[in-house]
Design a protein around this ligand. Structure first.
Ligand code: ATP
Ligand code: MG
Length: 696
């Protein structure tokens, strides 16, 4: 039999070989669901002769798509990357790039990320003179997303009781997007549904493009994604989805564990295959995970088989109770050092947490103990201000209707364009902002006119060369607008980091030039970036939220902050559904581990502000107490120092403003514990021990 089927167990093989009707593979964590998808793609190609580019495989993250592509390319010896192993959002963006004109958008439409969308909402609230505290962009954006994701405008009526103007804002928001030839993330999906339902022939065309469709992490798809699948499959049988309702953790984005069960209703004659063998975790870890989920109330529970493994029993999960959050972080750092002594690599280890603010203490402890780490959450590369500035210029050149990009760059660097000048420009608006600038040009002041010359030159240059020579174009832009000067004056504390980030962007541009990608394709990718995409291959400990850990696995997993109010989140106390989701999150967290799980908690934590609060252990702990060993939190003598919560250096990071007795004020440029490189205001750069520095 085909070597593609080697390395699969009987049920997995059955799933790969099944083509007679739609297939749903329902199974718990680590049972090889993702592996089934990857092998089925290979099988379709190698044994059935279906070209890889006629196979659509949808993963939850870009990172998962990338890994799947790599496996397929290697196994099949492909010369080129398969085009259609992708996420729902990238798939939709690609489809719309071809078809946008059929639903009233220009094909150079831009994708608004969260920040762009929130800025648009902020503008609307301001222009409509509404209460800024009531109509916070975050909140309004969430509501709008909910409406779009649930395909249900009645949600609006519900919110209108507290926010009477929400309907009007929603409407203006949509108009604003269309005005800018922009779509937000939710629109990408919605517009595909619209496109296919309104244009039978286009739907047919895309149906005919794909001979087979596979979906990973099906439990976290929402109604609209489900609809896209239905439209693409039509009344054919060519679909396999895999999922685990126990791992449904995105209900806030419209997913629901029950949705997976309705797959059978929408795709008639669905065959269900269950996997029951776990290949990832030791017995104890698996049993603890099974126990956590056994307390779930979902009706889907019986549908998933309990997992077994023939791996060794393994060690108990460890529970470590520390006095304070600082000591918790210090313990994790200390324990990691111990694991390294035992032969683990830093990259074998992940620290997971329910809430990203917990990473702050952990980061400090890692710096102190010289542990290489990477924080996966936090600001994503393409969300950084300096990167967005440069990208906004590029975006604007291609889509001069883009209002948010226009507003971002028109006075960056300062060209003396304030509100009144903007009003004048706006009066001339007919088609787009570029033309409006040209048309209003004569009415503007001499100074503004002068300053705008470079602006026009830069935009024209980008239009001309941007797609073919993105790196050169970006460098030209950088020099022409004196962007470095701008960064130095605007961000005196950390301009160096920011300049380095822009350099990194240039490198990325050089790369796309080499790979023959266009700048516009690149811009699209960047706007769909997710936290996981940044995970480096480097030998470092990965620190991330449980949400970001989806689909990943590590030999050692620490779960920090296992306290009521954090994990489960306090918001879940009054809400049964939410508590169920927290439980599923806990299941996801534990099942990332292959060999060791450490649960840590702090008796006192300074969260949400500065005061220390006494905490309570997480209610989930007692569910798994028979698999837990409580470790003593008393640090060994010789490490007392590193475990002390009162290091004089807490709070010092790259970019921190510090004071030194002799050299005076400075900014930390680089941390190389126990030393730091600091640029002092008066004496320039010095390398010295951090203990002589005080954060100010
Ligand atoms: P999750 O629910 O976390 O997404 P999953 O069900 O997708 O997990 P995979 O990630 O596909 O599971 O597999 C888990 C681990 O088990 C991987 O390291 C994979 O290589 C391994 N594995 C899966 N099937 C087999 C098999 N038949 N033989 C050996 N190893 C396997
Ligand atoms: Mg998986």
């Amino acid at each position: 039999m085909s070597d593609i089927l080697e390395g699969l167990n009987e049920s997995q093989k059955e799933a790969v070989l099944y083509f007679s009707s739609p297939l749903l593979v329902l199974a718990g964590a680590g049972s090889g669901k993702t592996r089934v998808i990857t092998h089925k793609i290979m099988f379709l190609n190698k044994e059935l002769g279906i070209p890889v580019n006629r196979i659509l495989a949808i993963t939850f993250t870009n990172k998962a798509a990338k890994e799947m592509k790599e496996r397929v390319v290697n196994a099949l010896n492909l010369e080129e990357e398969p085009q259609w192993i992708t996420t729902f959002h990238s798939l939709s963006a690609k489809i719309l790039r071809y078809e946008a004109e059929n639903i009233g958008y220009g094909k150079d439409f831009v994708i608004y990320d969260e920040e762009d969308s929130k800025k648009l909402i902020k503008d609307i609230v301001e222009e409509s003179n509404l209460d800024k505290d009531l109509y916070k962009p975050d909140r309004v954006k969430n509501i709008i997303s909910q409406i779009k994701q649930n395909l249900d405008e009645s949600v609006l009526d519900f919110y209108a009781m507290q926010l009477p103007h929400i309907k009007a804002i929603y409407q203006k928001y949509q108009e604003g997007l269309i005005f800018s030839n922009a779509m937000d993330f939710d629109d990408l999906l919605l517009n595909v549904v619209k496109l296919f339902t309104e244009n039978e022939d286009i739907k047919q065309k895309w149906q005919n493009k794909f001979d087979y469709i596979l979906v990973d992490e099906y439990q976290d798809t929402n109604k609209i994604q489900h609809q896209i699948l239905k439209l693409l499959v039509g009344n054919r049988d060519c679909i396999t989805v895999v999922g685990d309702p126990q791992q449904c953790i995105y209900t806030w984005r419209g997913a629901h564990p029950e949705n997976i069960l309705s797959f059978e209703e929408d795709f008639p004659n669905t065959k269900i295959i269950k996997l029951e063998r776990n290949y990832r975790s030791t017995q104890k870890i698996l049993e603890a995970a099974n126990k956590v989920i056994s307390h779930s109330k979902g009706r889907w529970k019986e549908k998933v088989l309990k997992l077994w493994t023939d791996k060794n029993k393994g060690e108990d999960l460890k529970l470590v109770k520390l006095e304070s959050d600082k000591q918790e972080a210090a313990f994790i750092a200390y324990q990691i050092k111990e694991l390294i002594k035992q032969g683990y690599k830093y990259s074998d280890i992940a620290v997971l947490m329910r809430m990203s603010f917990l990473s702050r203490n952990i980061e400090e402890a890692f710096v102190r103990m010289s542990i290489p780490y990477q924080i996966i959450a936090g600001l994503k590369f393409y969300e950084r201000a300096e990167i967005k500035d440069i990208l906004a210029y590029l975006r604007f050149a291609f889509n001069p209707k883009d209002t948010q990009a226009f507003k971002r760059i028109i006075n960056l660097p300062s060209r003396g364009i304030g509100k009144s000048t903007l009003n004048k420009i706006q009066k001339s608006y007919v088609e787009d902002w570029y033309q409006a600038l040209k048309d209003s040009y004569e009415t503007l002041s001499k100074k503004v006119k002068y300053n705008l010359q470079t602006f026009f030159e830069v935009i024209d240059f980008i239009k001309k060369y941007g797609n073919e020579k993105p790196a050169e174009t970006a460098k030209y832009l950088y020099d022409s607008i004196d962007y470095e000067e701008y960064l130095i004056s605007k961000y005196p504390k950390d301009y160096e980091d920011r300049i380095a980030n822009v350099q990194e962007l240039f490198t990325a541009f050089e790369e796309i030039e080499k790979r023959g990608k266009t700048l516009q394709e690149f811009l699209e990718e960047t706007s769909l970036e997710q936290a996981q995409d940044n995970i480096e291959d480097s030998n470092s400990v990965k620190v991330m939220t449980v949400h970001a850990s989806k689909g990943l696995e590590y030999p050692v997993v620490f779960i920090a902050g296992v306290e009521d109010g954090i994990f489960p989140s306090g918001r879940a106390f009054e809400d049964v559904e939410q508590m169920e989701e927290e439980r599923r999150l806990f299941y996801v967290a534990i099942t990332r581990a292959k060999e060791h799980v450490y649960l840590t908690l702090a008796k006192y934590r300074s969260s949400f502000g500065n005061s220390f609060n006494e905490t309570k252990p997480s209610r989930f702990i007692k569910d798994i107490k028979e698999y837990l060993k409580v470790l003593s939190s008393k640090p060994k003598k010789k490490t007392d120092n590193s475990l002390s919560a009162t290091s004089t250096n807490t709070g010092i990071r790259v970019g921190s403003l510090v004071k030194h007795e002799v050299f005076g004020k400075g900014v930390v440029k680089e941390l190389k514990p126990p030393k730091a490189k600091v640029i002092f205001e008066k004496v320039g750069e010095k390398e010295l021990l951090t203990k002589f520095l005080k954060a100010i």
